[in-house]
Design a protein around this ligand. Structure first.
Ligand code: NAD
Ligand code: UD1
Length: 337
């Protein structure tokens, strides 16, 4: 079976390609390298000992996609390609709508042209907005508060309408919670540009002395210690979730939506403490004001994922911190080509 992975050179895509290769799938990767480097694909090949057929292309480039589908008989597509920074999406909404929404529209049109009808889409817990309670089940009301989140929600609507119009499609919408960590080899990991926006890459930069301290965004939330609570999931677990989703598509299940989370929430302070434990010394932090748009608490009810695709996150918080730190220590400047 051959899987087309768009955005496969990125953080989640690179980990997923390894799991696919380890599970006997052939992998074709399309990435424009707008937020990644080719070396990540080389590392995937090195770790797995298998080849990835790589195309440097934008998924909005219809002719480039046609070439890929002409040269390979694709069974299923996993679409990771897209922009993902919330703050940037507020400054550049049109670029986000264009890349994320127009991108998947072109991809779907070309898939249809070539009779490929199995698709996995990377959605996000951001589509739950500020949930009225936790844990969050897949049937919770949906809303968004920024253009990035809106692209995810609109694409979910597009995929539902597509399925209604053509139920030969099999579509898996995966709502990720907060992916962190890295491959245990320390060879691939998260490599954000500039100062990280997300908590864990920020903490690991503090751990290696690239940043002086962690800014904790508020300690007056209605949570046990006042800091924000999230469902952090090891990227390796998340990657395995994609293999299970692809296997499920082979059973022709129609459209399904699952949360990919652990079901456990950790606070910002608990995360800082967990990294201090992994590092063997205190990670410095300061409490600052809340970040606009943040919600107090967000964690998944993962039971449907377990029941429907057999997914259960196995890795612990200690595993996540150790692997994230190992990647950062081995690659203090991220990928260097
Ligand atoms: P990433 O930026 O590391 O990976 C995305 C990849 O897509 C990059 O390699 C980039 O170069 C590529 N890309 C972007 N636009 C493209 C285009 N038009 N054509 C071809 N390639 C393109 O991001 P990630 O963290 O691996 O996230 C993957 C997907 O999962 C994204 O869609 C993201 O929105 C979604 N997601 C991520 C998180 C998270 O916390 N990382 C959470 C929820 C959902
Ligand atoms: C962010 C995005 C969300 C996206 C998710 C996964 C925002 C507002 N939301 O979610 O849309 O789906 O990433 O990529 O950007 N924190 C600090 N100090 C920091 C950074 C974060 O205290 O320097 C806190 C935050 O307030 C939050 C927690 O750490 O409580 C996690 O933050 P982050 O890693 O940015 O993820 P989310 O806000 O959950």
């Amino acid at each position: 079976m051959k899987i087309l992975v768009t955005g496969g050179a990125g953080y989640i895509g690179s980990h997923t390609m390894i799991k696919l290769l380890e599970n006997g799938y052939e992998v074709v990767c399309v990435d424009d390298l707008s937020n990644s480097k080719m070396i990540a694909v080389k590392k995937v090949e090195e770790i797995s000992g298998k080849k990835v057929d790589f195309y440097k292309a934008d998924i909005r480039d219809r002719e480039a996609l046609r070439k890929v589908f002409t040269e390979h008989k694709i069974d299923s597509v996993i679409n990771f390609a897209g922009y993902k920074a919330v703050g940037e999406s507020c400054a550049k909404p049109i670029e986000y709508y264009d890349n994320n929404i127009y991108g998947i529209l072109v991809l779907i049109e070309v898939m249809r042209e070539f009779g490929v009808k199995n698709l996995v889409f990377s959605s996000s817990a951001t589509v739950y907005g500020n949930p009225h309670k936790v844990p969050i089940t897949e049937d919770f009301p949906l809303s968004t508060s920024n253009p990035y989140g809106s692209t995810k929600l609109f694409i979910e609507y597009i995929l539902k309408d597509l399925y209604k119009s053509d139920n030969e499609f099999n579509i898996s919408i995966l709502r990720y919670f907060n992916p962190i960590g890295a491959h245990p080899s320390g060879k691939i990991g998260e490599d954000p540009n500039g100062i990280p926006n997300n908590l864990c890459p920020y903490i690991t930069k503090v751990c290696v002395g690239k940043l002086p301290f962690v800014n904790i965004f508020g300690d007056d939330y209605p949570t046990p210690d006042g800091t924000g609570v999230r469902d952090y999931i090891h990227v390796e677990d998340l990657a395995e979730g994609h293999v299970l989703a692809v296997k499920k598509l082979e059973e022709k299940p129609g459209l399904f939506i699952v949360n990919l989370g652990t079901g456990v929430g950790y606070s910002v302070l608990e995360m800082v403490n967990a990294f201090s434990k992994a590092l063997g010394k205190e990670v410095p932090y300061k409490i600052g004001p809340r970040r606009p748009g943040d919600i107090p608490m967000c964690y998944a009810d993962p039971s449907f994922a377990e029941e429907f695709i057999g997914f259960k996150a196995k890795r612990t918080l200690d595993d996540m911190c150790r692997d994230a730190l190992n990647w950062q220590l081995n690659n203090p400047d991220g990928y260097v080509e």
